[in-house]
Write a protein of this length. Structure first.
Length: 307
């Protein structure tokens, strides 16, 4: 029998099996409901398993096999307190020729909102400010922090790419920054350059659960088409009904037909004053998008790599 634990949602107890998302269990028990006026969210395993729920509640959409429910935004407005956590390096996986996925397992989970950043210190190296995210297939665990890094993101990234030993001590402080996802508002315009996609991916993923009817435009770019590592994430988003996804690369070498030529900012939609813009990546791209958003009075939340 699988291990189970109890959660308290809206003052009521709900039982949840290991591996299930707490939000799924609460939905399945009828203790919380999708936002009124919104469409159905991506399907959840427990929703389909309850015999007393009608077929109308079931959608044939993919979802992460072990998604981290802590990455769904909280409803309260109070800021998330900044804390320190210790952990170890538990996985490094190549996502492309120069991009890889890094997993740090913490001794205690760290609460943060999608799009927040954290200060990460690998023992023996200078601190880095990074965006916790999901694996490219959408998976995560409650006590894990997943990062996307490129080999050229400093000495830590180079050491990780060259085979830093698993078990390497890591310290984390956070969350930091103000680029986190805020439900509500106008169209959501998400812009990512390089491994800035880490912050954009976790925001887009959360928005599909919380606000599935909200209009979303996502543009992801890289200097080289070989560094467009985020295709599995975009496939997941397309399957949930998000259609406006654009891939951009500056260099034309081996550029697939669905990848547009750069620069990334040339492919932004015409911004509106009611838009909410999140941009993450290199300083030049972040700065350019901030200027474009400011020119029309749109709210913009930046997250620079290594800020």
């Amino acid at each position: 029998m699988s291990a189970r634990c109890s959660l308290v949602v809206n003052g009521k107890s709900v039982r949840i099996a290991t591996g299930d998302m707490p939000v799924e269990a609460a939905l399945a028990e009828g203790m919380i409901a999708p936002m009124s006026g919104q469409g159905a969210a991506p399907a959840a395993r427990r929703l389909g398993a309850r015999g007393h729920r009608g077929e109308a509640d079931r959608l044939d959409l993919p979802r992460p096999s072990s998604a981290d429910a802590s990455l769904l935004p909280r409803r309260e407005t109070a800021p998330v307190p900044q804390v320190r956590r210790a952990g170890t390096l538990t996985q490094v996986r190549a996502l492309g020729p120069r991009v890889f996925e890094v997993v740090v397992t913490l001794t205690r989970r760290l609460a943060y909102e999608p799009g927040h950043q954290v200060v990460v210190t690998f023992e023996g190296f200078e601190p880095l400010t990074l965006s916790p995210t999901l694996r490219v297939d959408g998976a995560a665990e409650l006590n894990e922090l997943v990062f996307h890094l490129a080999r050229d993101q400093g000495p830590v990234a180079a050491a990780l790419a060259d085979g830093m030993a698993l078990g390497h001590p890591v310290k984390v402080k956070g969350p930091v920054g103000r680029g986190h996802y805020r439900p509500g508002g106008g169209r959501l315009v998400l812009v990512a350059s390089g491994t800035g996609f880490a912050a954009i991916w976790v925001i887009a993923h959360a928005a599909r659960y919380i606000e599935p009817a909200r209009e979303v435009v996502l543009i992801a770019g890289a200097r080289d088409p070989l560094d467009l590592y985020m295709r599995p994430s975009l496939d997941w988003l397309r399957a949930t009904g998000l259609a406006r996804l654009v891939l951009v690369a500056d260099r034309h070498r081996q550029r697939p037909p669905d990848v547009r030529p750069g620069p990334l900012t040339a492919h932004l939609p015409s911004l509106r004053a009611t838009d909410v813009v999140h941009v993450a990546g290199d300083a030049a791209t972040v700065g350019a998008v901030e200027v474009l958003a400011a020119s029309v009075g749109a709210r913009c939340y930046p997250a620079s790599l290594g800020a």
